[in-house]
Design a protein around this ligand. Structure first.
Ligand code: AMP
Ligand code: TRP
Length: 327
């Protein structure tokens, strides 16, 4: 059995990119693996958060996890800050990293671009992410493409520590999907779909009403050629929509091209609206049942206990290897 770990930040607006890039992978992996799915609230505070909103968003993500099909009897679902070893190993891995490699991270560059000063946590965040993963001897990390560089850094840190102190960490692999790995903004297919974009029509959130989904897709930026053909470089708008279509329908891009030969974008978009609304409807319904149940909080407490038991074993080993604490 392999160990799987992934996390999502509780920062609101969980969107199609999060779902088709990462979350959709979570339930299918729990059949044959031991999975831990975390709500990474300590990552969220790398940028300012309203404490009340943050607390709400933690439960929102937890409910969405279960709504997309994570079974808390099979998988461990928990909140990062409820297991103190994340912050502890995070510090140790900050010390194992160097500033050069952290400054090179494209996500850091994008978030700090043009600013005179940003929070230190934005820079050291990949070391905390590495801690999340290495704490559980993780083999597989299902994520979207934007996390590739962070996974590489996690591997580098694991290998570096293993070389210096002897075998301490398992070196993990990322798991990326073909169609969903990088979903772009609907209003600007050169930018990735994100939680923080100002234009609501740039994304589809998992709990959006069908009318909003329809509006966002029908208005999505395409091109003037009018043929449903996949070409990310020259036709990024329609290609992005085709990726979403492929992820929901399971059809290959070639088959989609064949199906829409001779049809305009209007027909394609109408079908995509239907696929998306139908794909998200069961998640929305399940979410409403779970979000305000007492069981959700119980599940998270239990998850944290199970996670902590694994984490403590790793921390004992790490302290020993690094020479921390008493004899
Ligand atoms: P975050 O919202 O940054 O916590 O991301 C949670 C998960 O969603 C990570 O695995 C990301 O790689 C993935 N993700 C975020 N945005 C996108 C996107 N536009 N396309 C595909 N995956 C994404
Ligand atoms: N950095 C990830 C993101 O922004 C979230 C994350 C934190 C994560 N820790 C992780 C993902 C560990 C996978 C494994 O999307």
């Amino acid at each position: 059995m392999k160990r799987v770990f992934s996390g999502v930040q509780p920062t609101g607006n969980i969107h199609l990119g999060n779902y088709l890039g990462a979350l959709v992978q979570f339930p299918e992996l729990q059949q044959d693996n031991e999975c831990l799915y975390c709500i990474v609230d300590e990552h969220a505070i790398t940028v300012p958060q309203d404490p009340k909103e943050l607390k709400k968003h933690i439960l929102d993500v937890a409910a969405l996890y279960i709504a997309v099909g994570i079974d808390p009897k099979k998988s461990i679902v928990f909140v990062q800050s409820e297991v103190s070893a994340h912050a502890e190993l995070g510090w140790i891995l900050i010390c194992a990293s160097n500033t050069g490699e952290l400054f090179r991270m494209t996500q850091f560059k994008a978030k700090s671009h043009g600013k005179e000063s940003v929070g230190t946590g934005l820079l050291t965040y990949p070391a905390l992410m590495a801690a999340d993963i290495l704490l559980y001897d993780t083999d597989i990390v299902p994520v979207g493409n934007d996390q590739k560089q962070h996974i590489e850094l996690t591997r580098d840190l694991a290998i570096r520590v293993n070389n210096k102190y002897g075998k301490t960490f398992v070196v993990p692999d990322g798991r990326f999907l073909k169609a969903g790995a990088r979903i772009m903004a609907l209003d600007d297919p050169t930018a990735k779909m994100s939680k923080s974009a100002v234009n609501e029509m740039s994304r589809i959130s998992l709990l959006d009403e069908p009318s909003k989904i329809k509006k966002a897709i029908m208005r999505a930026t395409t091109d003037s050629e009018g043929s449903v053909r996949f070409d990310m470089e020259n036709k990024p708008g329609i290609s992005n929509l085709m990726n979403i279509y492929s992820a929901f329908s399971g059809k290959s891009l070639e088959d989609i091209e064949k199906d829409y030969e001779g049809h305009g974008y209007g027909d394609f978009k109408k079908d995509l609206v239907e696929l998306t609304v139908d794909g998200l409807a069961p998640i929305k319904a399940h979410y409403e049942e779970i979000r305000y149940s007492d069981e959700l909080v119980r599940t998270l407490h239990e998850g944290a206990e199970r996670a902590d038991a694994i984490a403590q074993k790793t921390m004992k080993r790490v302290r020993e290897k690094f020479g921390l604490g008493l004899e």
